[in-house]
Design a protein around this ligand. Structure first.
Ligand SMILES: *[C@@H]1O[C@H](CO)[C@@H](O)[C@H](O)[C@H]1NC(C)=O
Length: 393
């Protein structure tokens, strides 16, 4: 099984977790269930067969995908299972070139109601470019699939996966808790529509660590009902940055609380760290958000709260009901590609409160050497240390 070179980052509980799973592992190799790593043979049923054997095993087991390229259609790995499972990928999974094959379902690879799960290594390539062309052409396209989705899963480690060219979101986490995502690489071109790197929704205790995300939409997007999230050492760009939102599209919505983003780098992204809500009534909120030790390299809006999100003018003259409070930005340094390096465009009916800026140095990357500025509307807060551009608080 896996060698873990960077053990020092792994918490004690995860070591125990590995310790329990490694000694007595039953291996279910997909090849023994009829999969062929030739890039052509449809191996969907073989994968499902290996899963079902592992999931019904009463002792910890291992689903093993060896070297090779395995063509698979939609895979739903359903639980609950009877013991821990490691899903170990040494090879590569590819989706059919015809985007309809997976694009009519919401996901390509789904883990549903599976707890005590490790998904380790490998590459998955959804071959999304045909689907993006359809979207850009404005024709009628299927809804599009997320590449890998965890729904109602607890105690999950996703480690060392490389996800390429998803039709939509690359990695989705929904209604799950205690999920650690580390050392993943996500790649889609800038401009590929809605190809968010990692999307978290209605989940608690999600950690994203040491990952590299290049994509056409948000590197990480955090939807309603998300709490206790920790994002550390993420390299983002191209992409739209790390975003909380869009929140508040509907009247009744669970909020977002306790999100930390630290020690991360943004390169040529549209935004750095962003909070975004629809300009329409809602009871949602975003509070206790901490952004620390971030480097911005030529980023459009390094620090931004946008509560006037309203594509296609679908909410005329309305104001966001989402309450944004207790947001700290500390030690954020680098350059912006627009003059408004700090932008707080908050809701007139629900002003932002408790915004703290400390030790900020952002300069406008401008040939004419114009200075960056901070824009504030309906925002209240404080500043400490040196804040450049000058804070509006
Ligand atoms: C906030 O989330 C972190 C994990 O990111 C957790 O360790 C901490 O206990 C949470 N704080 C509160 C007040 O829930």
């Amino acid at each position: 099984m896996a060698k873990f070179k960077t053990m020092k980052y792994t918490s004690v509980s995860w070591l125990l977790f590995f310790g329990l799973i490694i000694p007595s592992c039953l291996a279910y190799n997909v090849v023994n269930f009829g999969a062929k790593g030739d890039g052509k043979t449809d191996s969907t049923l073989a994968f499902l067969g290996a899963w079902s054997a592992a999931c019904t095993s009463t002792s910890p087991s291992n689903v093993y995908i060896p070297q090779g390229t395995f063509l698979v259609r939609t895979l739903s790995f359903n639980g609950p299972c009877r013991a821990r499972i490691e899903f170990r990928i040494d090879g590569m999974l590819i989706a059919p070139v015809d985007y309809n094959a997976i694009g009519k379902s919401e996901f390509w690879i789904m883990f549903y109601k599976v707890s005590e799960l490790i998904v380790y290594g490998g590459t998955i390539d959804a071959k999304g470019d045909g689907y993006w062309s359809c979207r850009k052409g404005g024709g009628s396209c299927p809804q599009g699939a997320r590449s890998i989705q965890f729904m109602w899963c607890n105690n999950v480690l996703l480690r060392g996966l490389k996800s390429l060219y998803s039709q939509r979101v690359h990695v989705g986490i929904g209604y799950s808790s205690n999920v650690r995502i580390e050392y993943v690489a996500i790649i889609a071109p800038s401009g590929s529509p809605n190809t968010d790197g990692i999307h978290v929704q209605n989940s608690r205790g999600v950690t994203i660590y040491g990952s590299n995300i290049k994509t056409g939409d948000d590197c990480v997007s955090i939807g309603s009902g998300s709490m206790n999230l920790w994002i550390e050492k993420v390299a983002c760009g191209p992409g739209h940055g790390i975003s909380i939102g869009s929140l508040g599209q509907v009247n009744n919505e669970p909020g977002v609380a306790n999100v930390t983003v630290v020690n991360s780098v943004f390169t040529k992204t549209q935004n750095g760290v962003r909070i975004k809500s629809w300009a329409r009534p809602s009871d949602g909120f975003a509070k206790n958000l901490n952004f620390r030790n971030l480097v911005m390299r030529n980023v459009g809006y390094p620090i931004i709260i946008d509560q006037n999100y309203c594509p296609d003018n679908s909410c005329p003259r309305q104001s966001s009901g989402v309450k944004v409070s207790e947001v700290t930005f500390k030690n954020v340094q680098g350059t912006s590609s627009t003059q408004a390096a700090i932008k707080f465009d908050c809701s007139p009916s629900n002003p932002c409160s408790g915004i703290k800026l400390q030790d900020i140095k952002l300069t406008f990357n401008d040939r004419l050497r114009r200075p960056a500025f901070a824009y504030c509307a309906n925002a209240r807060g404080s500043h400490g240390g040196t804040v450049i551009p000058k804070s509006c608080f």
